[in-house]
Design a protein around this ligand. Sequence first.
Ligand SMILES: [Cu+2]
Length: 289
Amino acid sequence: MKLRLLCLVVCLVLSLPFAAASAHGDGVHVRVAHLSPTAPAVDIYVNGEMAIGALSYKSVTDYMALEGFEFAVQIVPAGGTLADAVTPEPIMVTFEGAGYYTVAAVGLLEDGTFELLVLPHDGEMAHDMEAKEEGTGSAGSIMVTGAYARATAREMEMGAMPEATAEAGGMGGMEGGHGMSMGDVSAAYMLISNTGSEPEVLVGVASDVSDMTQLHQTTVQDGMARMGEIEELEIPAGGSVELMPGGYHVMMMELKHPLLPGEYVTITLTFASGLELTMTVPVKEVVMP
Ligand SMILES: [Cu+2]
């Protein structure tokens, strides 16, 4: 997954060394979004020079072309000097390759939830195939990146069994599972971000390959991984929630057929606000760390 997550005590982000921006050139294209409600307007310095002035909450810049892949970023309350930067050292931000990125500052400085998210391949700008490959999608203020579904156990035999997590079904010492064989269930994971100023509550999940689909949470108690259905999952305003192995996941049960690496499935998320997001998600073989 190309997603880079930098947990920082700061407020905003970057850009510059603009290559006199050819609109469709290669290289890194970045837009910056200030989504941290209590952070002040900020000036952003890149490689020691001011790149963006007075970016305020809820503001998003246009895409800017950058030269290079690694940048030293300093964030200064608007009108200040580098001596006022919110971190003593520049923040190094690295892009893994050419493409379109949205850099979003989310969370709050006060309670330590502030994070800097580098989200590759924004849905509206990315080439269709790239978006498909990345498992991205957006609707309203919801943006999903890095979505993928787990290939079913049948494709994971060959010594992969000890690596299976509870979501793979009946493995890893799980108690109280679904009572299904491993080929019947799979899980999907993704990062869900909310760029809006109101929370969004995920209340429904569905897929085109499973007759029963639920939102699940895996927890570990006394060394045993257990999972159960949860009714809803709040994506905070200006925040994000990651669905990942061992945590929240979209549980796909009663699979219509085994999921093979390289295939795609369609997953739909429904929010309490009425927002609905349908996206194409690649199937990947999941190797646990
Ligand atoms: Cu589950």
